[in-house]
Design a protein around this ligand. Structure first.
Ligand code: NAP
Length: 273
């Protein structure tokens, strides 16, 4: 059987083996998907060892996504501008790095939740690896406005400065989280503040009536801190990032196996867990 793995530290919590196991079952593909704990100072050796032992592909999770972009032999797709890799594919002996987060996010919003981003005023919170992975696919949807707000403003400014070539008609701007003003149609939280229980990242007026999407996801029917806060602050609708998690995995599966798996059943399964 072809072997795949998710590499991270920690990695025990990862849902990727369940998701890819379900994709393989549905598609009639025979694969083995495992969790690979890499020591913090030994990502390169761990991944090289996995491929040397006939591994066919790897998903990369915290904290190795930037290191993975340096380790691969070339970058393709959104990974080129992001400099962040969450999927490694063995292409005829060459290790190629992709970033499927943006495709996953946009697909969850526009296909699963049937919300257009075209012409919308979009606020993106955060300027870390996840934000870098999603900005270009967001711009490809042609929003009217894309504002990136980060706790440390310099990172938001650097991210926006790198977008010039992709922006087309979208007005792009950067500011600090505590400087956000104005109204938005869509607010996407790509910070990790929720992992520390923090959801109140900006003034309530900025989310009132907006569709608020949190990249962090919650178990079962629970709400993430950001979704709970946004609901209380008058958001028009909220969503956590479980759909994105499944869609980014589906894109990785397609890159590895040439088959795009159906995702609705897997999302429902994870919601029930
Ligand atoms: P990262 O590179 O470590 O970046 C973290 C970001 O969060 C930075 O912008 C940081 O701001 C900000 N931040 C952290 N604590 C904060 C706080 N208390 N208040 C305000 N801002 C804070 O992490 P990442 O890789 O971008 O991941 C971000 C989140 O996205 C994680 O929770 C991850 O699990 C999630 N994610 C989900 C999916 C999915 O499929 N659903 C995919 C990828 C990532 P500073 O720069 O100022 O430190």
């Amino acid at each position: 059987m072809d072997r795949y793995a998710v590499v991270g530290n920690p990695v025990e919590h990862s849902l990727s083996p369940v998701i890819h196991g379900e994709f393989a079952r549905q598609a009639g593909e025979r694969i083995l998907y495992e969790k690979l704990l890499a020591p913090l100072d030994a990502f390169d050796e761990t991944v090289a060892g996995f491929f040397a032992a006939s591994g066919r592909g790897v998903n990369v999770t915290v904290p190795f996504k930037e290191q993975a972009a340096k380790w691969v032999q070339r970058l393709e797709g959104d990974a080129v501008s992001a400099g962040v890799v969450n999927t490694i594919v063995d292409r005829d002996g060459a290790w190629v790095g992709f970033n499927t987060d943006g495709v996953g996010l946009v697909r969850d919003i526009t296909v699963n939740q049937e919300r257009s981003l075209e012409g919308r005023r979009v606020l993106l919170l955060g300027a870390g690896g996840a934000a870098r992975g999603v900005v270009r696919p967001l711009l490809a949807q042609n929003p009217a406005e894309l504002t990136v707000a980060n706790r440390g403003v310099a990172k938001a400014q650097a991210l926006v400065a790198a977008l010039e070539d992709w922006a087309r008609e979208t007005r792009c701007g950067a500011c600090a989280l505590d400087e956000v003003t104005g109204e938005f149609d869509v607010v996407i939280n790509a910070t990790s503040a929720g992992l520390a229980g923090r959801g109140d990242l900006l003034a309530a007026t900025s989310v009132r009536g907006a569709f608020c999407y949190d990249l962090v996801y919650a178990a079962g029917a629970a709400q993430t801190p950001f979704c709970a806060w946004a609901t209380g602050a008058g958001a028009g609708a909220v969503s956590d990032g479980l759909g994105m998690l499944v869609e980014q995995a589906a894109e990785a599966f397609r890159l590895w196996r040439g088959v795009r798996p159906a995702t609705a059943e897997v999302m429902a399964l994870l919601r029930r867990r």
